[in-house]
Design a protein around this ligand. Structure first.
Ligand code: PEP
Ligand code: MN
Length: 361
Protein backbone atom coordinates (compact mmCIF):
# COMPACT_ATOMS: atom_id res chain seq x y z
CA UNK A 1 0.00 0.00 0.00
CA UNK A 2 1.30 3.42 -0.87
CA UNK A 3 -0.80 6.14 0.76
CA UNK A 4 -0.49 9.71 -0.49
CA UNK A 5 1.87 11.37 1.96
CA UNK A 6 3.04 14.93 2.23
CA UNK A 7 6.15 15.35 4.35
CA UNK A 8 6.77 18.91 3.19
CA UNK A 9 5.73 20.52 6.49
CA UNK A 10 8.18 18.38 8.47
CA UNK A 11 10.97 19.23 6.07
CA UNK A 12 10.18 22.92 6.15
CA UNK A 13 9.91 23.08 9.95
CA UNK A 14 13.45 21.80 10.17
CA UNK A 15 14.55 24.22 7.46
CA UNK A 16 15.43 21.24 5.28
CA UNK A 17 18.15 20.23 7.76
CA UNK A 18 18.49 17.23 10.00
CA UNK A 19 17.44 16.69 12.66
CA UNK A 20 13.94 18.05 13.07
CA UNK A 21 14.01 18.88 16.79
CA UNK A 22 10.86 18.86 18.88
CA UNK A 23 11.46 19.96 22.46
CA UNK A 24 9.59 21.13 25.49
CA UNK A 25 8.42 19.85 28.85
CA UNK A 26 6.94 16.42 29.41
CA UNK A 27 3.96 18.23 30.93
CA UNK A 28 2.71 21.78 30.83
CA UNK A 29 2.61 22.66 34.55
CA UNK A 30 2.03 26.42 34.63
CA UNK A 31 1.78 29.11 32.00
CA UNK A 32 5.08 30.57 33.13
CA UNK A 33 6.90 27.22 33.20
CA UNK A 34 5.94 26.56 29.56
CA UNK A 35 6.85 30.05 28.39
CA UNK A 36 10.18 30.20 30.25
CA UNK A 37 11.16 26.73 29.04
CA UNK A 38 10.44 27.65 25.46
CA UNK A 39 12.20 31.02 25.61
CA UNK A 40 15.29 29.52 27.20
CA UNK A 41 15.34 26.66 24.68
CA UNK A 42 15.28 29.04 21.78
CA UNK A 43 17.96 31.20 23.42
CA UNK A 44 20.16 28.12 23.94
CA UNK A 45 19.83 26.66 20.45
CA UNK A 46 18.76 27.78 17.01
CA UNK A 47 18.06 24.19 16.00
CA UNK A 48 14.60 23.83 17.52
CA UNK A 49 11.76 23.25 15.08
CA UNK A 50 8.71 22.57 17.20
CA UNK A 51 7.48 22.88 20.78
CA UNK A 52 6.01 19.95 22.65
CA UNK A 53 4.10 19.77 25.95
CA UNK A 54 1.61 17.28 27.32
CA UNK A 55 -1.57 18.61 28.89
CA UNK A 56 -3.30 15.23 29.22
CA UNK A 57 -0.84 12.74 30.66
CA UNK A 58 -1.42 9.02 30.32
CA UNK A 59 0.03 7.68 33.56
CA UNK A 60 0.65 4.06 34.33
CA UNK A 61 -0.72 4.35 37.87
CA UNK A 62 -3.56 6.57 39.04
CA UNK A 63 -2.96 9.41 41.47
CA UNK A 64 0.16 10.60 39.68
CA UNK A 65 -0.02 13.99 37.98
CA UNK A 66 -2.40 13.49 35.08
CA UNK A 67 -1.84 16.82 33.34
CA UNK A 68 -3.37 20.25 33.74
CA UNK A 69 -5.95 19.52 31.04
CA UNK A 70 -7.39 21.88 28.44
CA UNK A 71 -6.41 24.96 30.44
CA UNK A 72 -2.82 24.28 29.32
CA UNK A 73 -3.58 24.41 25.58
CA UNK A 74 -3.51 28.23 25.31
CA UNK A 75 -0.28 28.30 27.35
CA UNK A 76 1.38 25.98 24.86
CA UNK A 77 0.07 27.88 21.85
CA UNK A 78 1.10 31.24 23.33
CA UNK A 79 4.61 29.94 24.05
CA UNK A 80 4.90 28.78 20.43
CA UNK A 81 3.68 32.15 19.19
CA UNK A 82 6.18 33.94 21.43
CA UNK A 83 9.07 32.27 19.60
CA UNK A 84 7.39 31.74 16.23
CA UNK A 85 7.36 27.93 16.31
CA UNK A 86 4.60 25.36 15.77
CA UNK A 87 3.37 23.44 18.79
CA UNK A 88 2.30 19.85 19.40
CA UNK A 89 0.35 18.13 22.17
CA UNK A 90 -0.71 14.55 22.78
CA UNK A 91 -4.35 13.69 22.11
CA UNK A 92 -5.86 10.50 23.44
CA UNK A 93 -9.55 10.77 22.51
CA UNK A 94 -11.90 12.70 20.23
CA UNK A 95 -12.65 15.26 22.96
CA UNK A 96 -8.94 16.10 23.15
CA UNK A 97 -8.86 16.49 19.38
CA UNK A 98 -11.71 18.98 19.44
CA UNK A 99 -10.08 21.06 22.19
CA UNK A 100 -6.65 20.96 20.55
CA UNK A 101 -8.11 22.15 17.23
CA UNK A 102 -10.09 24.89 18.96
CA UNK A 103 -6.83 26.14 20.51
CA UNK A 104 -5.03 26.06 17.16
CA UNK A 105 -2.51 23.44 18.14
CA UNK A 106 -0.45 22.90 14.96
CA UNK A 107 0.42 19.22 15.18
CA UNK A 108 -1.12 16.35 17.14
CA UNK A 109 0.71 13.37 18.53
CA UNK A 110 -0.63 9.99 19.45
CA UNK A 111 0.95 8.51 22.59
CA UNK A 112 2.38 5.03 22.97
CA UNK A 113 -0.47 3.92 25.23
CA UNK A 114 -2.99 5.06 22.62
CA UNK A 115 -1.34 3.41 19.61
CA UNK A 116 -1.92 0.02 21.24
CA UNK A 117 -5.68 0.50 21.00
CA UNK A 118 -7.25 0.28 17.53
CA UNK A 119 -10.63 1.50 18.86
CA UNK A 120 -9.18 4.71 20.26
CA UNK A 121 -6.92 5.29 17.27
CA UNK A 122 -9.96 4.89 15.00
CA UNK A 123 -11.98 7.28 17.17
CA UNK A 124 -9.24 9.92 16.97
CA UNK A 125 -8.84 9.39 13.23
CA UNK A 126 -12.61 9.82 12.69
CA UNK A 127 -12.51 13.06 14.65
CA UNK A 128 -9.94 14.31 12.12
CA UNK A 129 -11.83 13.41 8.97
CA UNK A 130 -11.64 16.32 6.55
CA UNK A 131 -9.09 18.20 8.69
CA UNK A 132 -5.66 18.77 7.26
CA UNK A 133 -3.52 18.62 10.38
CA UNK A 134 -0.18 16.83 10.74
CA UNK A 135 -0.21 13.82 13.06
CA UNK A 136 2.77 12.11 14.67
CA UNK A 137 2.24 8.55 15.80
CA UNK A 138 4.33 7.09 18.57
CA UNK A 139 5.09 3.40 18.48
CA UNK A 140 2.90 1.22 20.68
CA UNK A 141 4.25 0.40 24.13
CA UNK A 142 4.80 -3.23 23.11
CA UNK A 143 7.20 -4.17 20.31
CA UNK A 144 4.54 -4.81 17.68
CA UNK A 145 5.23 -3.30 14.27
CA UNK A 146 1.80 -4.34 12.97
CA UNK A 147 0.06 -2.26 15.62
CA UNK A 148 2.22 0.74 14.73
CA UNK A 149 1.56 0.29 11.01
CA UNK A 150 -2.13 -0.20 11.72
CA UNK A 151 -2.36 3.08 13.61
CA UNK A 152 -0.57 4.93 10.80
CA UNK A 153 -2.93 3.37 8.24
CA UNK A 154 -6.02 4.36 10.24
CA UNK A 155 -4.94 7.99 9.77
CA UNK A 156 -3.93 7.68 6.12
CA UNK A 157 -7.24 5.95 5.38
CA UNK A 158 -9.33 8.84 6.67
CA UNK A 159 -7.23 11.19 4.53
CA UNK A 160 -4.47 12.50 6.78
CA UNK A 161 -1.41 12.96 4.56
CA UNK A 162 1.03 14.74 6.86
CA UNK A 163 2.29 11.91 8.98
CA UNK A 164 5.42 11.28 11.02
CA UNK A 165 6.27 8.36 13.28
CA UNK A 166 7.89 8.76 16.69
CA UNK A 167 10.10 5.97 17.92
CA UNK A 168 10.16 6.02 21.74
CA UNK A 169 11.36 2.49 22.46
CA UNK A 170 9.40 -0.51 23.70
CA UNK A 171 8.41 -1.71 27.08
CA UNK A 172 10.03 -4.91 28.26
CA UNK A 173 9.77 -7.11 31.29
CA UNK A 174 13.50 -7.84 31.16
CA UNK A 175 15.79 -5.64 33.22
CA UNK A 176 17.42 -3.10 30.97
CA UNK A 177 19.58 0.01 31.08
CA UNK A 178 16.81 1.72 29.13
CA UNK A 179 13.35 2.66 30.31
CA UNK A 180 12.12 1.50 26.91
CA UNK A 181 14.79 -0.37 24.92
CA UNK A 182 15.14 0.98 21.38
CA UNK A 183 14.87 -2.28 19.38
CA UNK A 184 16.07 -0.32 16.35
CA UNK A 185 15.15 -3.10 13.94
CA UNK A 186 11.47 -2.20 14.37
CA UNK A 187 11.65 1.43 13.18
CA UNK A 188 14.09 0.27 10.50
CA UNK A 189 11.46 -2.14 9.23
CA UNK A 190 8.83 0.62 9.42
CA UNK A 191 11.06 2.73 7.22
CA UNK A 192 11.47 -0.10 4.75
CA UNK A 193 7.67 -0.36 4.49
CA UNK A 194 7.01 3.41 4.35
CA UNK A 195 10.24 5.09 3.28
CA UNK A 196 8.55 8.49 2.94
CA UNK A 197 7.42 8.75 6.56
CA UNK A 198 9.82 10.82 8.68
CA UNK A 199 10.88 8.98 11.83
CA UNK A 200 11.53 11.05 14.91
CA UNK A 201 13.36 9.42 17.81
CA UNK A 202 12.38 10.20 21.40
CA UNK A 203 15.52 9.47 23.46
CA UNK A 204 13.84 10.82 26.62
CA UNK A 205 11.26 8.05 26.95
CA UNK A 206 13.68 5.52 25.51
CA UNK A 207 16.50 6.21 27.95
CA UNK A 208 14.51 7.29 30.96
CA UNK A 209 17.53 9.13 32.35
CA UNK A 210 19.21 12.34 31.20
CA UNK A 211 22.62 10.69 30.66
CA UNK A 212 21.27 8.50 27.90
CA UNK A 213 19.79 11.33 25.84
CA UNK A 214 22.96 12.33 24.05
CA UNK A 215 24.17 8.82 23.13
CA UNK A 216 20.70 7.76 21.97
CA UNK A 217 20.31 10.94 19.93
CA UNK A 218 23.66 10.30 18.28
CA UNK A 219 22.67 6.70 17.50
CA UNK A 220 19.45 7.99 15.99
CA UNK A 221 21.45 10.33 13.76
CA UNK A 222 23.93 7.60 12.86
CA UNK A 223 21.06 5.46 11.67
CA UNK A 224 19.73 8.24 9.53
CA UNK A 225 16.52 8.95 11.42
CA UNK A 226 14.98 12.31 10.75
CA UNK A 227 14.32 13.99 14.04
CA UNK A 228 14.48 14.05 17.82
CA UNK A 229 11.86 14.70 20.44
CA UNK A 230 13.58 15.72 23.69
CA UNK A 231 11.84 16.56 26.96
CA UNK A 232 13.13 19.84 28.31
CA UNK A 233 12.25 21.64 31.53
CA UNK A 234 13.43 24.80 33.31
CA UNK A 235 13.90 22.83 36.51
CA UNK A 236 14.00 19.13 35.56
CA UNK A 237 14.45 17.75 39.08
CA UNK A 238 11.25 19.47 40.13
CA UNK A 239 9.23 18.41 37.08
CA UNK A 240 5.75 17.07 37.86
CA UNK A 241 6.28 14.11 35.52
CA UNK A 242 9.32 12.28 34.10
CA UNK A 243 11.77 14.31 36.23
CA UNK A 244 14.72 11.96 35.74
CA UNK A 245 14.72 12.14 31.97
CA UNK A 246 14.23 15.86 31.37
CA UNK A 247 17.10 18.21 30.61
CA UNK A 248 17.47 21.96 31.04
CA UNK A 249 17.17 24.15 27.95
CA UNK A 250 20.90 24.81 28.15
CA UNK A 251 21.69 21.07 28.36
CA UNK A 252 19.48 20.57 25.31
CA UNK A 253 21.48 23.24 23.49
CA UNK A 254 24.72 21.41 24.36
CA UNK A 255 23.34 18.05 23.22
CA UNK A 256 22.29 19.50 19.87
CA UNK A 257 25.64 21.24 19.41
CA UNK A 258 27.58 18.05 20.11
CA UNK A 259 25.58 15.87 17.72
CA UNK A 260 27.40 14.75 14.62
CA UNK A 261 24.85 14.74 11.85
CA UNK A 262 25.99 13.07 8.69
CA UNK A 263 22.89 13.13 6.58
CA UNK A 264 22.18 16.41 4.89
CA UNK A 265 18.43 16.16 4.33
CA UNK A 266 15.24 14.26 4.93
CA UNK A 267 15.98 11.53 2.45
CA UNK A 268 16.90 7.96 3.07
CA UNK A 269 19.84 6.49 1.23
CA UNK A 270 21.96 3.42 0.84
CA UNK A 271 24.01 4.11 4.01
CA UNK A 272 21.07 2.65 5.82
CA UNK A 273 22.12 -0.83 4.78
CA UNK A 274 25.21 -0.57 6.97
CA UNK A 275 23.20 0.86 9.87
CA UNK A 276 20.61 -1.86 9.52
CA UNK A 277 23.29 -4.54 9.59
CA UNK A 278 24.90 -2.96 12.64
CA UNK A 279 21.56 -2.74 14.39
CA UNK A 280 21.09 -6.47 13.74
CA UNK A 281 24.54 -7.23 15.16
CA UNK A 282 23.77 -5.15 18.27
CA UNK A 283 20.50 -6.97 18.70
CA UNK A 284 22.19 -10.35 18.47
CA UNK A 285 24.90 -9.25 20.93
CA UNK A 286 22.20 -8.15 23.37
CA UNK A 287 20.55 -11.50 22.92
CA UNK A 288 23.78 -13.41 23.52
CA UNK A 289 24.30 -11.56 26.79
CA UNK A 290 20.69 -12.08 27.83
CA UNK A 291 21.05 -15.82 27.13
CA UNK A 292 24.35 -16.03 29.01
CA UNK A 293 22.77 -14.32 32.01
CA UNK A 294 19.92 -16.80 31.87
CA UNK A 295 22.39 -19.69 31.63
CA UNK A 296 24.24 -18.45 34.73
CA UNK A 297 20.94 -18.27 36.59
CA UNK A 298 20.38 -21.93 35.78
CA UNK A 299 23.95 -22.74 36.87
CA UNK A 300 23.10 -21.20 40.22
CA UNK A 301 20.06 -23.46 40.50
CA UNK A 302 22.29 -26.44 39.69
CA UNK A 303 24.71 -25.18 42.35
CA UNK A 304 21.90 -25.17 44.87
CA UNK A 305 20.99 -28.73 43.91
CA UNK A 306 24.61 -29.86 44.26
CA UNK A 307 24.82 -28.20 47.65
CA UNK A 308 21.62 -29.85 48.84
CA UNK A 309 22.90 -33.25 47.65
CA UNK A 310 26.51 -32.75 48.66
CA UNK A 311 27.98 -33.03 45.14
CA UNK A 312 31.22 -31.44 43.87
CA UNK A 313 30.91 -28.37 41.62
CA UNK A 314 33.07 -29.65 38.80
CA UNK A 315 31.83 -32.86 37.23
CA UNK A 316 34.37 -33.76 34.55
CA UNK A 317 32.17 -36.09 32.49
CA UNK A 318 29.53 -33.40 32.27
CA UNK A 319 32.10 -30.84 31.11
CA UNK A 320 33.42 -33.26 28.47
CA UNK A 321 29.89 -33.79 27.18
CA UNK A 322 29.25 -30.04 26.98
CA UNK A 323 32.43 -29.46 24.97
CA UNK A 324 31.71 -32.34 22.62
CA UNK A 325 28.24 -31.05 21.90
CA UNK A 326 29.40 -27.46 21.41
CA UNK A 327 32.20 -28.50 19.04
CA UNK A 328 29.77 -30.50 16.93
CA UNK A 329 27.28 -27.61 16.77
CA UNK A 330 30.07 -25.14 16.08
CA UNK A 331 31.31 -27.25 13.19
CA UNK A 332 27.83 -27.26 11.65
CA UNK A 333 27.72 -23.46 11.95
CA UNK A 334 31.18 -23.03 10.38
CA UNK A 335 32.85 -21.91 13.63
CA UNK A 336 36.45 -22.95 14.40
CA UNK A 337 37.22 -25.51 17.07
CA UNK A 338 39.62 -23.13 18.78
CA UNK A 339 36.95 -20.43 19.09
CA UNK A 340 34.32 -22.80 20.49
CA UNK A 341 36.73 -24.27 23.00
CA UNK A 342 37.88 -20.86 24.26
CA UNK A 343 34.30 -19.57 24.38
CA UNK A 344 33.09 -22.54 26.39
CA UNK A 345 36.07 -22.41 28.74
CA UNK A 346 35.08 -18.83 29.54
CA UNK A 347 31.43 -19.75 29.96
CA UNK A 348 32.39 -22.68 32.17
CA UNK A 349 34.61 -20.50 34.36
CA UNK A 350 31.85 -17.97 34.82
CA UNK A 351 29.43 -20.76 35.56
CA UNK A 352 31.70 -22.16 38.28
CA UNK A 353 31.89 -18.70 39.84
CA UNK A 354 28.08 -18.51 39.89
CA UNK A 355 27.70 -22.01 41.34
CA UNK A 356 30.39 -21.27 43.91
CA UNK A 357 28.47 -18.19 45.00
CA UNK A 358 25.45 -20.34 45.81
CA UNK A 359 27.39 -23.23 47.35
CA UNK A 360 29.50 -20.98 49.53
CA UNK A 361 26.39 -19.55 51.19
C1 PEP B 1 5.18 11.83 26.44
O1 PEP B 1 5.67 12.09 25.33
O2 PEP B 1 5.22 12.61 27.40
C2 PEP B 1 4.60 10.49 26.65
C3 PEP B 1 3.65 10.26 27.54
O3 PEP B 1 5.19 9.58 25.89
P1 PEP B 1 4.85 8.04 25.53
O4 PEP B 1 3.49 8.05 24.95
O5 PEP B 1 5.94 7.75 24.54
O6 PEP B 1 5.00 7.25 26.79
MN1 MN C 1 7.08 12.27 29.40
Amino acid sequence: MNPPLDIAPFTSWSGGKLPLVIAGPCSAETEDQVLQTVKRMVAASDGISMIRAGVWKPRTRPNSFEGVGAIGLPWVKAAGNAVGLPVTVEVANSGHVELALKNEIDVLWIGARTTVSPFIVQEIAEALRGIDIPVMIKNPVNPDLQLWLGAIERFTQIGITKIAAIHRGFSTYEKSAYRNPPMWEIPIELRRRYPQIPIIVDPSHMGGTRDLIYPLSQQAMDMGFDGLMIETHINPDKAWSDAKQQVTPEALGAILRDLVVRQPHLEHNEFHTLHELRAKVDRIDDYIIEMLAERMGISEQIGQFKKDHDLAIHQSERWAAIVKRALANGKTGGLTEDFILKLFQQIHNESIIHQGKVMGK
